[in-house]
Design a protein around this ligand. Structure first.
Ligand code: BDR
Ligand code: CA
Length: 311
């Protein structure tokens, strides 16, 4: 079992990432931490608690982290995830509570105390992770790997060249990619291979209980915004791809490459400049995901969600 901490901003795809991480036997989910991104910190934290309640995840601490990017004002993705950050289904009062510790301090404590090196899986802006590496530089040597959803080898989504998570806090992304900790980037080029087709929605619905229909409703809302904004026939389920890479690396093929973060470009803020051709003088600083085994990914995800036992 690989020990992981999921740092997220739920968000429809983050919600499924939480359930995948909690339900798959290959990973040991030590904590869920939240960050401002898809919505404000207050909302992403509430959403994490809602997802834990829905999925019967009662034994994993949830801690709130940074409410805004390191140096910039927050930009949320209300157009994609709605006013709540998790629009679609109706949620009752969460039965899980947030812990009274800042996410960055909780991650530091776990990283310091856990007998094995811990893998961090960020699926939102990288603010919490950058703050951790800045405040506790000694943690870099104790983190096994950072496997993140963010960036792209090609075009962006929030702007022509930038993916949302990196765009929101490019300074944080630059700290993470420059930290020396092994980084794996699961960007849009690979997450756009995880398309939530009607068949996937039907398989989620068929999980039954309260969880199946709520997941299906979440995906139906997510599909509607992707159709409206970008004309997608089926929306890409970004964040679970990063979790899947940790669960079984053979699900997500990667290449070694140098990734530079554009922090100051006039038209390219937040672009991930991925050198796939090994230009001299730029040694690889990351593994970059390129191919998803989509059929096996969906089978694994559905099995993990099916194994959750909501109380
Ligand atoms: C990323 O941005 C968010 O809207 C999603 O949750 C995902 O993490 C995709 O660009
Ligand atoms: Ca996310």
């Amino acid at each position: 079992m690989t020990p992981i901490i999921l740092d997220c901003d739920p968000g429809h795809d983050d919600a499924i990432a939480i359930m995948l991480a909690a339900g798959d036997p290959a990973v040991d989910l030590l904590a869920i931490t939240t960050v401002a991104g898809n919505q404000t910190l207050e909302k992403t934290t509430l959403n994490a608690l809602r997802v834990c309640t829905l999925a019967g995840i009662h034994d994993v601490p949830v801690a709130a982290g940074c409410a805004r990017p390191l140096t910039r004002p927050l930009q949320v993705a209300e157009d994609v995830h709605g006013e709540s950050g998790l629009d679609g289904p109706r949620f009752g009062e969460p039965k899980v509570q947030v812990v009274d510790e800042h996410a960055v301090d909780l991650v530091h404590r776990i990283v310091a105390e856990h007998p094995e090196p811990v893998t961090l899986v960020p699926t939102g802006p990288l603010t919490n992770i950058a703050l951790l590496l800045t405040r506790y530089p000694e943690d870099a040597a104790r983190i096994r790997e950072i496997v993140l959803m963010g960036g792209s080898t090609g075009r962006g989504n929030v702007s022509p060249y930038a993916e949302f998570n990196v765009f929101v806090d490019p300074e944080a992304a630059a700290i993470v990619f420059g930290s020396g900790v092994p980084v794996t980037m699961c960007g849009l080029n690979v997450t756009h291979q995880a398309l939530v087709t009607p068949d996937v929605v039907a398989r989620l619905e068929a999980l039954g209980g309260e969880l199946g229909p709520v997941c299906a409703e979440l995906m139906t809302f997510f599909a509607s915004t992707y159709r409206k904004l970008w004309g997608f026939a089926a929306p890409p389920l970004h964040d679970p791809v990063a979790v899947a890479r940790v669960i079984d690396p053979s699900l997500v093929e990667c290449v070694d490459a140098h990734v530079a973060i554009e922090v100051s470009g006039e038209h390219t803020r937040g672009a991930t400049v991925v050198d796939l051709h090994g230009h001299p003088g730029r040694a690889p600083n990351a593994k970059v995901a390129v191919v998803l085994d989509a059929p096996r990914f969906w089978d694994r995800l559905i099995a993990a969600l099916g194994g959750l036992a909501p109380a």
